[in-house]
Design a binder for this molecule. Structure first.
Ligand SMILES: Cc1cc2nc3c(=O)[nH]c(=O)nc-3n(C[C@H](O)[C@H](O)[C@H](O)COP(=O)(O)OP(=O)(O)OC[C@H]3O[C@@H](n4cnc5c(N)ncnc54)[C@H](O)[C@@H]3O)c2cc1C
Length: 456
């Protein structure tokens, strides 16, 4: 049962106590949350298992600083993207690169012959939620197979070494203690402390933030304690990299919606201009498999090689790109591919913002878009403050909920959380056989040797 006690959001402005906090995982979520916790005066240690920061999903794929139209069926996702868009640009100006054009087109038919999942009217309205949105003349654009198209100021976030060096500088400047090559094996509770085990050593903290992209240290059965019944799938995702033979000084993006369509976005990992590398993902062909366990998704990713991607996947992708951009393959040359495993929520509306919740002194982050690092950090600070006030006795330990934090089944989440604001979307799952990105098994369709999967 959920009850309320008294703590207001504004109270978070004055941290009750400086805590020792471990952040596990140095992707976009871990790095940003560590910086925000440090600003509040907490003692923060980041543990990253890789030899360097940002070697996971963020440093490879976190490209578009979304304004919303990529999620035409999920209003909460679009709102969450827009709410923090300006804040992101303002906080990380050196990491945001403006485009010549960011084109969102509504495709006539997707790769499997289906009509777009949204009507031209809905697509128009969704794009025009961004006030600067311009309607483009599809006849003059030089593309094909589009019903309508819009241009908006949706920039890219840099990735790779450029992102890595910039965030390293910020973490160093803020004196955040970052320990790389530290694979956290276990978190155990001892009295009021959390014991974090790394190799042979154990470190004690007041609070732990699990920012491992929901990959590690997730207690069995925790989903059952959450206030909304959510389902998670782990996906083996890839992206294909192409080099632009006639690169323009200012990059562009071209996204076709809404279904099994292609996306072209700049992959900016250096300060060099012009931008030559573009990353291609496709609704039908780059989510190679969807599984209940991370291990299965990682196994599939481990089995992919240049032969499978460079032949089977690439030919489907290039066929699709030519369909919407006649002449694409004459201008862009295939360079290679990248892969990662991504957790995704199964929702009918394709909800893609982050979820943040706490149990037993550990704050779990289920990642969304890169924009949502701000939502996750804000919610983390509120939860940390709640824990700290409970420990100081400002709030009774038995306090179930406050005006800023709800508690259900021992799990705490904030009133800003998607558990509070997008309950209905989170609860609505795609039905069996429904066309959804959460049950994609593209590789088994393109290459039956990899096993029979759910039909697209
Ligand atoms: C193909 C694709 C395209 C995408 N495109 C976009 C886009 O255009 N725009 C956008 O906003 N988002 C996009 N996303 C989503 C976005 O990139 C991710 O949701 C986000 O980067 C996740 O960030 P993270 O910090 O949670 O994860 P990560 O960046 O993966 O960081 C997690 C870190 O935790 C570390 N770790 C894991 N376990 C442990 C452990 N036990 N001990 C220590 N360290 C550990 C990992 O090594 C890793 O460094 C895309 C995702 C994919 C897959």
């Amino acid at each position: 049962m959920c009850t309320k006690a008294d703590m207001h959001l504004k109270d978070r402005m004055k941290p009750a106590q400086k805590l020792d906090i471990a952040v596990i995982g140095a992707g976009w979520y871990g790095c940003h949350i560590a910086l925000e916790l440090k600003k509040e005066g907490h003692h923060v240690v980041v543990f990253e298992k890789q030899p360097d920061i940002l070697q996971g999903i963020s440093g490879t794929f976190g490209i578009r600083l979304h304004k919303g139209p990529h999620y035409p069926r999920s209003k909460p996702t679009r709102e969450a993207c827009r709410d923090v868009f300006e804040k992101f640009c303002h906080t990380y100006p050196e990491l945001v690169v403006a485009h010549e054009q960011s084109i969102y087109g509504l495709g006539e038919r997707d790769a499997l012959g289906y009509a777009s999942k949204v009507t031209p009217e809905v697509f128009h309205d969704v794009c025009n939620e961004s006030p600067e949105c311009r309607t483009l003349d599809v006849e003059q654009l030089g593309f094909a197979g589009l019903i309508s198209a819009y241009d908006m100021d949706e920039p890219s976030i840099v990735i790779g070494n450029r992102l890595r060096s910039a965030l390293k500088r910020r973490l160093h400047h803020a004196s955040v203690d970052v320990r790389v090559g530290c694979d956290v094996k276990e978190i155990t509770k001892a009295d009021s402390k959390q014991q974090v085990s790394v190799d042979d050593s154990v470190h004690a903290f007041d609070v732990v933030v699990n920012a491992t992209a929901y990959h590690s240290l997730i207690p069995a059965g925790i989903l059952k304690s959450l206030p909304v019944d959510i389902e998670v799938t782990y996906q083996a995702c890839i992206g294909l990299v192409y080099e632009d033979q006639t690169p323009q000084d200012i990059p562009f993006s071209f996204i076709v919606m809404d279904g099994w369509f292609p996306c072209i976005m700049p992959a900016i990992s250096t300060n060099e201009r012009p931008c030559r590398d573009y990353l291609i993902i496709h609704g039908a062909y780059t989510v190679m498999g969807s599984y209940d366990s991370l291990q299965e998704a990682q196994d599939l990713l481990g089995r992919l090689d240049d032969a499978v991607i460079g032949t089977k996947v690439r030919s489907h992708i290039e066929h699709e790109l030519e369909r919407f951009w006649p002449g694409y393959t004459a201008r862009f040359v295939y360079k290679g591919w990248r892969g990662a495993t991504l957790p995704k929520l199964k929702t009918r509306a394709e909800f893609r913002s982050s979820l943040t919740f706490e149990r037993d002194g550990v704050i779990y982050i289920f990642p969304g878009k890169i924009n949502n690092v701000f939502n996750a950090a804000e919610e983390t600070l509120t939860l940390v403050d709640y824990i700290s006030k409970q420990r100081m006795g400002v709030l009774p330990l038995a306090a179930q909920s406050t005006s800023a934090v709800h508690t259900c089944n021992g799990v705490c989440y904030t009133t800003q959380s998607a558990f509070s604001t997008a309950t209905q979307e989170l609860a609505q799952k795609p039905s069996a056989g429904e066309q959804s990105t959460s049950n994609l098994q593209s590789l088994s369709i393109m290459d039956p040797e990899f096993g029979v999967g759910v039909e697209l």
